[in-house]
Ligand binder design. Structure first.
Ligand code: ADP
Ligand code: MG
Length: 329
């Protein structure tokens, strides 16, 4: 069985591009850019809660970093450095292949594939892995914790609390895909063709909207990523902003699972943001230049902070009871 140090050296040690000192010493050293603030966030991914035991390790490696990058996007920050904590439990990622999905041995051990996915994401977004911790768990759930550190020029970070009454509410991409992909894997629905492929990609290899987040610094009054579901996260944003909202969403699926997934499905890493109506054409142009659909789905209004209502195309109120995902409810 490989030692902790072998695993770190083999799978998690790369020369950093933006750090004075990366993996290998007691701590890393980074230098922040002049006139910037550091933006820091941590996310945990736990086997059985956030991913299946037979998950494809390369996708998981991508995703553990991507979900953290999404928080940087939602802040309008440029991601720079990450640390990775691993609790590797027997059966999954414990350094002793075979991979649970029976992947061919030529594709490498579970951790090798995981690290390949992680670094594919890190390279794509130009992020350095500068440290972490690796330990074996005796039993239970293999767990990954990433801390991401980004930078933003002083005072321009996108916060949840900046929405103003009268602002438009926008969302990127197509919410609900990840939840539909999950429902397909759990045989709760059957998707096929390009739609299935889009939904599985959203679930397994999400795209953090970094470029969008950077561009939104100039036009958005507030932003959040919709990892807990559109309505739940909009509720968080509205609460922080002391406002309410009315939604009327063109193209919202009529009913059933597709509509629930759009409104309340978790694990989407699209951005939800607000901006003054006068900037609407700029936002449409931004979506075109990024080749990313940006849709206006409603408006911020006066009302009890955090509340919202959803109307269909006939102006009938269809606000669902359950807004999204909460690990403790
Ligand atoms: P210490 O005992 O000082 O905490 P460790 O032996 O845990 O040191 O780690 C040695 C080096 O490897 C440190 O630089 C640490 O940041 C890094 N490291 C450990 N695990 C990981 C990991 N999963 N990913 C990246 N770096 C790691
Ligand atoms: Mg340590």
């Amino acid at each position: 069985m490989a030692s902790e140090f072998d695993l770190i050296e083999q799978y998690f040690t790369r020369r950093p591009r933006h750090a004075e000192l990366g993996v290998g010493d007691d701590a890393a050293i980074v230098r922040s850019s002049p006139d910037h603030e550091l933006v820091i966030s941590t996310d945990l991914l736990v086997e059985g809660t956030h991913f299946f035991s037979d998950v494809e390790p390369e996708s998981l490696g991508w995703k553990v970093l991507a979900v953290n990058l999404s928080d940087m996007a939602a802040m309008g920050a440029t991601p720079r450095w990450a640390t990775l904590g691993c609790v590797l439990c027997p059966g999954l990622g414990d350094g002793d292949p075979p991979a649970p999905t029976g992947a061919p041995s030529s594709s490498g051990s579970w951790l090798e594939q995981f690290s390949r996915g992680f670094f594919a994401c890190a390279d794509h977004y130009d992020v350095d892995l500068i440290g972490g911790d690796t330990t074996r768990g005796r039993s239970g759930a293999t767990t990954f914790s990433v801390t991401i550190i980004g930078e933003v020029p002083h005072g321009v970070a996108l916060l949840r609390g900046g929405a103003q009454v009268g602002d438009d509410i926008w969302v990127s991409g197509t919410p609900g895909r990840a939840a539909l992909g999950l429902a397909h894997l759990q045989s709760r629905t059957e998707l096929n063709g390009a739609h299935l492929a889009h939904c599985l990609t959203a679930l397994q290899r999400p795209t953090p909207r970094i470029e969008l987040g950077l561009a939104l610094r100039k036009v958005a009054t507030s932003a959040i990523d919709i990892s807990d579901g559109l309505l739940a996260d909009l509720g968080h944003l509205l609460k922080a902003s002391g406002a309410s909202a009315k939604l009327q969403i063109a193209g919202l699926p009529d009913a059933g699972l597709a509509r629930d997934a759009y409104l309340s499905g978790g694990d989407d890493y699209e951005l939800l943001f607000t901006s003054p109506p006068a900037l609407a054409s700029e936002i449409v142009a931004l979506g075109q230049s990024l080749e990313l659909p940006l849709q206006r789905i409603g408006a911020v209004c006066h009302g009890q902070p955090g509340t919202l209502s959803v109307f269909d195309q006939h102006a009938a109120n269809i606000t669902p009871k359950r807004r999204g995902f909460d690990h403790f409810s």
